[in-house]
Design a binder for this molecule. Structure first.
Ligand code: T3D
Length: 262
């Protein structure tokens, strides 16, 4: 257990709060290890059906901790650190068979912004802002930034954000399509938890299939997607939640989904 990551369970939602507010939740080795462990735990815990990822204080995450991780004049093998920490984390988030709500509560920079974009539904408080800060320190976007950004906001904006390192506001981020919705700051934490809670009550296997197929679509052909949809829909047709959904419709009552695979 690490103080730099708060891990709470609220119903079927696992709430992960980056908790180094004095450093705008910058990612040091301890926090990265805690995040990796937290996602391993979530993957293996059937009682958890959605994740909420957010930050403590006025920041979401300022990216890599430049004091602890990169201080000093010696050259560092940044590729090794991406291989051992950031990349496994992004892969775990994308392949997790449960939805992740990223709640950008405040400033998001560098790998902090990009880790957040690995979530499934991205929301932001009006106070949030976003910076691909890498170029300011002689680096390029990592933690999936070169993959997520053009897909979310298009090539023109992705290239400009990465190359210029300019900060965009939450309102611009919404207009760009980087985030699903904005919320007023005072209601943000409540709205974020409500969204994650609503996802946790949905048919979890269907959410996993949506995630898997949309992940695949990014590098796929129509033929491949049609086949994948057929295979995943076949599996969903055998889930208790499909039976429950149709039964509830016929009985004109709200469905109660369990999220179970069989
Ligand atoms: O191998 C690898 O690890 C490679 C991976 C690289 C991934 C990356 O993410 S590289 C990019 C790293 N991040 C940055 O370059 C962003 C650095 N931070 C900033 O540019 C600014 O802090 C922000 C634009 C994010 C926010 O600005 P502002 O004015 O709102 O806040 P501030 O005053 O700059 O920061 C508040 C405090 O947080 C301050 O500490 P102090 O002076 O009050 O004691 C500041 O030093 C600290 N802080 C902010 N960002 C970081 C940080 N401390 C350590 N690392 C940070 N990244």
């Amino acid at each position: 257990m690490s103080d730099s990551l708060l891990v709470e369970t609220k119903g079927a939602v696992r709430v992960l709060t980056l908790n180094r507010p004095e450093r705008l939740n910058a990612l040091n080795a301890e926090l990265l290890a805690a995040l990796n462990a937290a996602f391993d735990d979530i993957a293996s815990d059937d009682s958890i059906r959605a994740v909420l990822l957010t930050g403590a204080g006025r920041g979401f995450c300022a990216g890599a901790d430049l004091m602890q991780n990169m201080g000093g004049s010696g050259k560092r093998d940044l590729g090794a650190s991406l291989d051992s920490t950031y990349n496994p984390l992004v892969r775990k988030m994308r392949s997790l068979r449960k939805p992740i709500v990223t709640a950008f509560n405040g400033v998001a920079a560098g790998a902090g912004m990009n880790l957040g974009l690995a979530g499934d539904i991205i929301i932001a408080a009006r106070a949030a802002n976003f910076t691909q800060a890498f170029i300011r320190i002689g680096l390029m976007p990592d933690a999936g930034g070169t993959y997520f950004l053009p897909r979310l906001i298009g090539e023109a904006r992705a290239r400009a954000l990465a190359m210029l390192g300019e900060t965009i506001t939450a309102t611009q981020a919404e207009a760009f399509g980087l985030v699903w919705k904005l919320y007023d700051d005072e209601h943000f934490a409540t709205e974020a938890l409500a969204l994650a809670t609503s996802l946790a009550a949905k048919p979890t296997q269907a959410l996993a299939a949506i995630k898997q197929s949309l992940n695949a679509a990014a590098t796929s052909t129509l033929d491949h997607q049609l086949n994948l949809e057929r295979d995943l829909q076949r599996e969903l047709g055998n889930t208790p939640d499909f039976t429950e959904g149709v039964t509830a419709f016929i009985e004109k009552r709200p469905a109660v989904f369990t999220g179970r695979a069989g």
